[in-house]
Design a protein around this ligand. Structure first.
Ligand SMILES: C[S@@+](CC[C@H](N)C(=O)[O-])C[C@H]1O[C@@H](n2cnc3c(N)ncnc32)[C@H](O)[C@@H]1O
Ligand code: SF4
Length: 451
């Protein structure tokens, strides 16, 4: 507890900082010349380098109160079908804008709830994507799965189009916690989903858990985690609940009086992490865990772990093409985000134009800071020699920041000739340390808590 008081004195419980799934973060993107940037980046792609593709499905059958994602509830398929037509139109526009011969190394469907798609739409969408950007070899295809909106026919359809990884939303199995976050999901239904996926074969399994939810106690979370571990997932993501009702209006339904206090919240993470690591999983970055044979563990060992919009990844592709409402593309030259509201996105595509609405052209200084931040988020250290060899003398411009960070966060941060390193006892400070390298403070933006 003494350490926790020191971390608290450094602002751990007060800081509101980005999660750094990109640098600069999306609120920094500006709307000027974004379509020109998108067209320029797409046409400049080198067909020799496979790209990754992300497709966003912003629909759910249920709208969980805790969820910070922008998604639309629907009980009927017609808005989903209409949206699918727009995705197909966007794919046709992309196909025309991309150089001939581009291949796709990875595909991810996220949301919202991609498993809201019935089997025929799963196949239609997958085939259209593969026609626009044919798969490379090897090819990986991951899908976010809601176990309450999933059946054997959907698994068969996903398997027939090449799914290799399913990411299953769990959060917490405790009925009182589930009632307080507006999300019912039994262990039995989740286990059925896992068994169906295992029976299909060839699919690695990730599960999402959340700590810091209302009514979570050490005992409640430990019991939930025992059930999760009995499912033997290949990866576990353990997210801190981001309570941001000013951005996600649904969260106003969450009773703040029942949220764990700062110290309990912190210990929920620490105790879960210890249990998961005790079961043989490797800790990956700030909030992921993976079995030792998993690609994330392998990437961590090799020093090739990356951070992207989905969290941590072993994906080495330089380019990520985002398709659908609010999807963000990352190019070597910069970022482009599609129109965020589903209606606005559909209008843009219907008018025959690509859907980029805001973006950011990366300067060398951005690239340097992005690399330093990614190193911190992935390896808890900045390799100074590697920055020097990648960026030359420009890397030295970070020296005053290194000094400041070391002075501010000592003894948790140390500097040697080769690196700036965060000690494991100060790992909770990582997002705050990363924020020290952020040159932007977008006006009016309040991020989620640092831990
Ligand atoms: C886009 S959601 C898709 C999950 C899928 N629709 C489901 O419900 O199973 C991906 C994950 O984001 C995480 N998430 C959503 N809202 C969050 C919040 N406010 N704080 C932390 N994690 C959150 C949850 O763990 C969730 O499983
Ligand atoms: S957690 Fe999943 S199902 Fe619930 S609202 Fe968010 S995206 Fe939709």
């Amino acid at each position: 507890m003494e350490d926790l008081s020191r971390l608290q004195a450094l602002g751990l419980f007060d800081a509101r900082v980005p999660r750094y799934t990109s640098y600069p973060t999306a609120p920094v993107f500006s709307i000027a010349s974004c379509l020109a940037l998108q067209e320029e980046c797409l046409s400049a792609l080198d067909p020799a380098d496979p790209v990754s593709v992300y497709v966003h499905i912003p629909f759910c059958e249920r709208l969980c109160w805790f969820c910070a994602y922008r998604t639309q509830g629907t009980r009927t398929l017609s808005p989903v079908e209409h949206y699918l037509d727009t995705l197909l139109a966007e794919l046709a526009l992309l196909r025309a804008a991309l150089p001939v011969g581009i291949r796709m190394g990875r595909l991810h469907w996220g949301g919202g709830t991609p498993t809201i798609l019935p089997p025929y739409l799963i196949c239609t969408l997958a085939e259209a994507i593969k026609a626009a950007v044919p798969p490379a070899s090897p090819f990986e295809f991951s899908v976010e799965v809601d176990p309450t909106l999933f059946d054997a026919e959907k698994v068969a359809a996903l398997q027939s189009v090449g799914m290799t990884c399913a990411s299953i939303g769990i959060q917490d199995f405790d009925p009182k916690v589930q009632a307080a976050i507006g999300r019912k999901q039994t262990f039995a239904a989740t286990r059925r989903c896992v068994e169906t996926l295992r029976k299909a074969g060839g699919v690695s399994l990730n599960v999402d858990l959340v700590y810091g939810l209302p009514h979570q106690t050490r005992e409640v979370v430990a019991a939930s985690l025992r059930q999760v571990l009995s499912l033997e997932p290949d990866r576990i993501a353990l997210f801190g609940y981001a309570h941001v009702p000013w951005m996600a209006k649904r969260q106003e339904l969450i009773d703040e009086a029942h949220l764990p206090d700062d110290r309990l919240r912190h210990s929920l993470f620490v105790e879960c992490a210890e249990t998961i690591v005790g079961k043989g999983y490797a800790a990956i970055g700030i909030d992921h865990f993976a079995k030792s044979a998993d690609a994330l563990s392998e990437a961590l060992r090799r020093g090739t772990l990356r951070r992207n919009f989905q969290g941590y990844t072993a994906d080495a592709c330089q380019t990520l093409i985002g398709i659908g409402a609010s999807a963000i593309s990352r190019f070597p030259q910069g970022y482009v985000q599609n129109a965020v509201a589903t209606g606005a996105y559909m209008q843009r595509i219907d008018s025959g134009s690509l859907a980029g609405y805001r973006g950011h052209a990366l300067t060398q200084d951005d690239k340097l800071r992005a690399r330093a931040i990614e190193m911190l988020m992935c390896q808890f250290r900045i390799d100074l020699n590697s920055l020097l060899s990648e960026f030359g003398a420009l890397a030295r411009t970070l020296n005053p920041i290194h000094d400041l960070i070391v002075a501010r966060y000592s003894p948790y941060i140390t500097r040697t000739a080769d690196c700036i390193a965060i000690d494991s006892s100060g790992a909770a400070l990582t997002r705050m340390v990363a924020a020290g390298y952020d040159a932007y403070t977008p006006a009016g933006v309040v991020y989620s808590r640092a831990t």
